[in-house]
Design a protein around this ligand. Sequence first.
Ligand SMILES: *[C@@H]1O[C@H](CO)[C@@H](O)[C@H](O)[C@H]1NC(C)=O
Ligand SMILES: *[C@@H]1O[C@H](CO)[C@@H](O)[C@H](O)[C@H]1NC(C)=O
Length: 323
Amino acid sequence: MRLSSTLLGVAAVLGAAEAQLRGFNYGANFLNNQAKVQNDFEYEFNKAKSLPGTSGWTSARLYTTIQHGTTKDPISAIPAAINTKTKLLLGLWASGTTAAAGQANINNEIAALKSAISKYGTKFTDLVVGISVGSEDLYRITPTGISNKAGAGAEPADLIKYIKQLRAAIKGTKLAGVPVGHVDTWTAYVNGTNAGVISNLDFLGVDAYPYFQTSMANSIGHANETFYSAYNQVKNVKAAKGKAIWITETGWPVSGPKENQAVASAANARIYWQDVACSLLAGKVNLFWYDLQEAQYGTPSPDFGIFGAGDLGTLKPRYSLSC
Ligand SMILES: *[C@@H]1O[C@H](CO)[C@@H](O)[C@H](O)[C@H]1NC(C)=O
Ligand SMILES: *[C@@H]1O[C@H](CO)[C@@H](O)[C@H](O)[C@H]1NC(C)=O
């Protein structure tokens, strides 16, 4: 990509002004579908802040702004973030089995967001570093997406509509200046059909998992190269025009099935951390790792958690987090 020197200058100034974000992805519910309450989120946010061998993991990415099991109550991660001084990349769930269902979700997400603004005021809004409209919605409407991940997605035109609705909803509020983005797989961004979505974003939230790239040589030895190839392909998409790229999900599983040549193990998760996490941190790229703990009880497969199942307070990381 070619940028004029003026643009590069502006980018450098903006980059320097913003500290790098380091965070994890936090679901609204446990593996058994039980809703997380404020205490649960505080427990997780505090654990992330005190990891051995690394520091600065004080940001949280949420998939939804709605408290699990309610129609449109604000998620209890918000008061937990206030109590633990955790920065928030908010998410609005944008997918539905029909476009009407997707729109109904977005209406509820925006209602929850507005309630949170009036309930918590600047204690909340000062912590918000970004808002993502949607999560992997474009991936889910592709042929591979449907076979890999059951569930509905959202068409590019609908996402654009939702992004505009969110921008209109935060206009004139304390969240007005917050960057608005979208999270999707890197493959969705390099797909030209989705260029219109990119044009409406302030930042591109990119999910990339070399472990799942089974049509390629995907052993751990190829993982760093595969990750950066994906990252650079998104960077070079014409519509991206040098917009900020945040890595919103990446990681390597500690246990789970072999995917083509990719072996899930703590040793390989450590290599992936050392190569990919450490280089992103050194490069000051905003990073939301997948994941701190995938499940408190039960064994997900694959399991990407730095911590396995059990009480986070007593668990030790399954691999070294030093760089
Ligand atoms: C490209 O994106 C469009 C719209 O989001 C989708 O329908 C299509 O399946 C995608 N193509 C591939 C190869 O994933
Ligand atoms: C990972 O890839 C990046 C980008 O190509 C490169 O700069 C870095 O040296 C690679 N790291 C390793 C450990 O191979």
